[in-house]
Design a protein around this ligand. Structure first.
Ligand code: HEC
Ligand code: HEC
Length: 412
């Protein structure tokens, strides 16, 4: 979908009142934190992280220009997307944003989840994760006038504590239930061929390069956690820090107002006359770096098998020659040629569409959370991953060793 430059609009404030109070408190702390410079630095960092969280969850960077003015998603949502439909394409509802009477109404069935008016009401409450709606009330009737997306759409899910798809936010967790292609294909502004290509992407996948080269081969949505200390960002290590890619996504993919350019991609994109992206990047990066990879749920792996698997991983499996160090990656030292990816050869090759034309060894902490595996999602389970390595790299592991390595991966 092409993102076209759009007219200038005033920035909308996205700071919630509660967060504003928190900032004020933290800023005061930062300003008069006494003599301890460590305390000052920690307070400043806390302010930055809190701002970044707000941006990650709620900021559209003015991308309504794309999702509303160009794709007209507000029309489709208001006319055809009831909450059950929204949940079925992987959208999530933030239970903490639901007032008690709404939560009760959903539970006792008095709120109709088959009505698009309920979707509009949820957007008005800012309860749909990663989707920001502007709702105007005229003669007592709510109307959805603008819609935009945020980072949380793809990189957050919920814990299902209220109901499937409704719960507390889990920021940084890849939303592998989300079907971005199916959602974007609802746009009345797209032609039939584009819609067919988008519908072919499948669940949990998105092609962040389609806008640039017009090719369509999606990659799985990765987590945004566990990246502190890793200085090659994305599957192909295009950027040295998260801010590089955050700028790319905010401008080129989401259609936010600002500028991205990279001579390696022969790419220079500007949306709007105003920059709603640059000033937010330091805080956004600080927030993402604060997100730790989640530890595996209790009882989710066999500890004895995992201990045996660790020896294979570090020994005859040769995994640690690339998945090395505390983050299980050599990303800070080197990138890898195409055939080091077990998903290659593929057509078109994802790496060949990137700035580096190589692959990064991905970090493995929290890997249990985000099946399927490899950038194209071609390995459904961690057992499949090890089986594929065993065959393609002729490791000669027996089935017990394959299973032990998979248990080890589940324990990371
Ligand atoms: C429509 C879905 C979508 C949205 C919205 C989105 N991303 Fe992503 N993100 C992806 C996909 C797909 C990739 C994988 C691309 C790659 O690695 O080449 C990715 C990769 C990343 C990575 C790299 C992770 C790693 O392991 O190096 C980071 C960081 C990231 N996104 C942050 C963000 C931020 C911040 C925003 C908001 C400004 C955002 N994303 C919005 C889909 C999305
Ligand atoms: C030559 C370097 C190298 C070796 C050796 C290697 N890997 Fe990898 N690994 C990579 C690269 C590069 C990728 C990314 C491939 C892709 O996404 O296309 C990857 C991807 C993975 C993934 C998927 C990560 C994700 O986020 O989807 C897992 C799991 C994994 N490797 C485990 C292993 C195990 C287990 C071994 C040993 C049997 C191993 N690797 C050996 C470089 C290596």
């Amino acid at each position: 979908m092409p993102t076209k430059p759009t007219a200038l609009r005033p920035a909308r404030s996205t700071w919630g009142a509660a967060t504003a109070v928190l900032f004020a408190a933290l800023s005061t702390l930062a300003a008069c934190g006494g003599t301890g410079t460590d305390a000052d630095a920690a307070a400043e960092q806390a302010v930055l992280v809190a701002q970044g969280r707000q941006t990650f969850r709620h900021d559209t960077f003015g991308d309504e220009a794309h999702w509303t003015d160009t794709l007209r998603m507000h029309e489709v949502i208001a006319s055809a997307v009831d909450p059950l439909t929204a949940l079925s394409v992987g959208l999530k509802v933030d239970a903490d944003a639901l007032p008690a009477e709404v939560a009760a109404g959903i539970q006792n069935g008095s709120i109709d989840l088959r009505s698009t008016a309920t979707t509009v009401a949820l957007l008005k409450l800012n309860a749909v994760v990663g989707v920001k709606g502007t709702v105007e009330t005229l003669n007592g009737v709510d109307r959805l006038t603008r819609v935009g997306i945020t980072c949380a759409l793809c990189h957050s899910t919920v814990d299902n504590s209220f109901a499937p798809g409704i719960g507390r936010r889990l920021d940084g967790w890849a939303n592998r239930d989300l079907n971005p292609g199916a959602i974007i294909a609802l746009s009345p502004a797209l032609d039939t061929a584009t819609k067919a290509a988008l519908r072919g992407w499948g669940v949990g996948k998105f092609d962040p390069r389609l806008n640039v080269d017009g090719l369509s081969k999606p990659v799985v949505i990765p987590p945004a956690f566990g990246l502190d200390g890793i200085h090659r960002i994305t599957v192909t290590g295009d950027g040295d820090d998260i801010a590089y890619w955050n700028r790319y996504v905010a401008v080129v993919e989401m259609g936010g107002l600002g500028t991205f350019s990279d001579p390696r991609l022969n790419l220079s994109v500007t949306h709007g006359a105003q920059d709603l992206v640059s000033a937010k990047l330091p805080a956004l990066q600080a927030y993402q770096l604060s997100l730790k990879a989640p530890t595996p749920p209790a009882g989710s792996f066999d500890a004895a098998a995992a201990a045996r698997g660790k020896l294979v991983f570090e020994g005859i499996g040769q995994c640690a020659s690339c998945h090395s160090g505390a983050h299980f990656t050599d990303a800070n030292q080197r990138l890898h040629p195409l055939n080091d990816s077990m998903a290659e050869p593929e057509s078109p090759s994802y790496a060949s569409r990137s700035a580096t034309r190589q692959y990064r060894t991905p970090p493995l902490k929290g890997i249990w959370q985000h099946a399927p595996y490899f950038h194209d999602g071609s390995a459904a389970t961690l057992e499949d991953v090890v089986r594929i390595y065993n065959t393609k790299r002729s490791l000669g592991l027996d089935s017990q060793q394959v299973s032990d390595v998979a248990q080890y991966l589940k324990s990371l």
